[in-house]
Design a protein around this ligand. Structure first.
Ligand SMILES: C[S@@+](CC[C@H](N)C(=O)[O-])C[C@H]1O[C@@H](n2cnc3c(N)ncnc32)[C@H](O)[C@@H]1O
Length: 186
């Protein structure tokens, strides 16, 4: 059972209807790599990061999202709604993006391993705590968020960290530390 597939994704989309605010440096990070296709796993219904990626390289784009997308006006990028990342067969592509999604996935390590088999670059944008933190998720009983430095799984597989930006959530110095990293196949 996955709480997001079972309704929380639509509830989340309603609570966050405007979509994420894209960090001012996000586009610049993508401009440092050569990519022609991107898969954004857990992209949200607003698909903002795919729009940025497309603006950088004119790449083919695919978004995968648990929400049904029923409130979504015509998607600009190719979107698969109602899909669970943990069972999704990731197609071959240059770049797989994981932005604020790995901490939701109980099988994050396994999903990352599959992504590394089919891509040249992995983007991980997420919380970046010194030590792993597990927190109950306020909106769903029994659901836990697992904040960790997920790039360690890329490093363990011999991947090379191409670039990284450290920042604070919502740009507030009191907020949690976060990091956006792009990893490259060796
Ligand atoms: C915190 S949002 C991040 C959205 C966007 N990637 C960003 O950078 O802001 C997490 C998204 O992942 C989706 N999600 C959570 N678990 C999922 C799963 N197992 N399969 C597909 N999508 C999932 C949620 O519905 C939500 O839209």
């Amino acid at each position: 059972m996955n709480a997001f597939i079972d309704g929380e994704a639509d509830a989340y989309a309603k609570r966050n209807a405007r979509g994420p605010e894209i960090e001012p440096w996000f586009k610049g990070l993508l401009q440092t790599i050569d990519f022609h296709s991107v898969v954004d796993l857990g992209c949200g219904v607003a698909e903002h990061r795919l729009v940025v990626a497309h603006s950088v390289s004119g790449c083919r784009t695919l978004g995968v999202e648990a929400a049904s997308g029923e409130d979504h006006v015509t998607p600009r990028q190719t979107m698969l709604f109602g899909r669970d990342i943990e069972t999704f067969d990731i197609p071959e592509c240059d770049l797989v993006m994981f932005s604020y999604i790995l901490h939701w996935l109980p099988e994050a390590h396994e999903v990352l391993q599959r992504a590394m088999k089919v891509s040249k670059y992995i983007l991980i944008n997420d919380f970046f705590p010194d030590d792993p933190i597990d927190n109950p998720y306020a909106h769903c009983e029994g659901v836990v968020t697992r904040k960790r430095r997920y790039g360690m799984y890329c490093a363990d597989a011999g991947w090379v960290r191409h670039i990284a930006v450290s920042y604070r959530y919502h740009n507030n110095p009191d907020d949690e530390p976060c990091q956006c990293e792009i990893w490259r196949k060796p």
